[in-house]
Design a protein around this ligand. Sequence first.
Ligand SMILES: *Cc1c(COP(=O)(O)O)cnc(C)c1O
Length: 387
Amino acid sequence: MFSKPPQTQFLENSEVIFCNSSFSFRSAQDAENAFAEENSASYIYSRFSNPSVTAFCQRIAELEQGEKALATASGMSAILSLVFGLCQSGDTVVCGGGLFGATVQLLNKHFAKYQVHTHFVFDKSIEAWCQQIDQLQNVKLVFLESPSNPMQSVIDIKALSVELKKRGIILAVDNCFCPYLQKPLLLGADIVVGSGTKYIDGQGRLLSGYLVGSADLLEQKIFPFLRSGGPALSAFNAWIMYNGLETLPLRIAKHSQSALQIAEWLEQQPAVQQVYYTALPSHPDHRLAMQQQSGMGGGVISFVLNGGKKSAFCFIDALTRFSITANFGDAMSAVTHPASTTHVRVPADIKQTIGLTDGLVRLAIGLEPVELLQNDIEQALKKAVDG
Ligand SMILES: *Cc1c(COP(=O)(O)O)cnc(C)c1O
């Protein structure tokens, strides 16, 4: 899928790493010329740009089919740069209801201090989105996750983008859950944001983040903040992500296949009240999700256990092949209790509105043989039921 990296005189067979904080110039005049332009094509200093980071950006732009990509130290610093770059005091960011916990904190707590307001839309219908947006002042940006974490709520990206274009509002989509499968830019989004920490790395080692979209928007609005603010991606992390991308299509297909098999089985279990997974026909937006996500659901399943928090904790503690951790996209499987961990700071009324209850468990299905995972879930469910 990706072209081979350029080689140096040693003809190395994989990309080299450029561990250089700064770059030198042949003359004082060359240095003056390079510093004169904000988006200089020459390398100056690795807070601005670095060849290993550029190589990663080119591949991630290819993956998301955008004109240009920028890389950041983490997914959150990509979101920080997005809002800092696009919004000013008095603006409103309109968000989907089921956002990542740290994104809610960043907007509600930190940007609120600078009078950048946040409005959450809990409805999935495009009419409801438009109606609410039209009642607000200075909406600069719409930010959403589809499918959302952990409730897997799906939004029609194409239909919403048509409405936002009419209103001159920028649409940014957080594509952490379905990289490779879903291409929000092709559906009409202006910017894709992602955390490379999840599926791009794929082995739970390092953090990274990225933004992809039109060169104009990224160079004029977002890059100036990155250059001065400094949430730069390290060359080593960029190199790991660059290589991780080569196996992403195979991995995400395997994560999705195993997750679907487990989700179908979970749905049949009497101890399970409800399963949230977009590739299940029982998901309320199954058809739309399968259109947007190339027919696959990704590796994360959420489900509700009868018996609330007590059963959920009992189930989680009884699992032997799932680490208790907040990460997903790792080759190794993981389990999370969102209400008490990743989403503990989400206000109670929001949790209730999106259905994030104490009985909810999130599984991140890894690349282990699926039978081993299913057997482990089966024995843990039995323990949760028996108390
Ligand atoms: C993990 C995650 C982020 C943040 O990414 P980091 O690399 O941890 O900073 C943002 N959005 C979603 C949906 C995530 O899952």
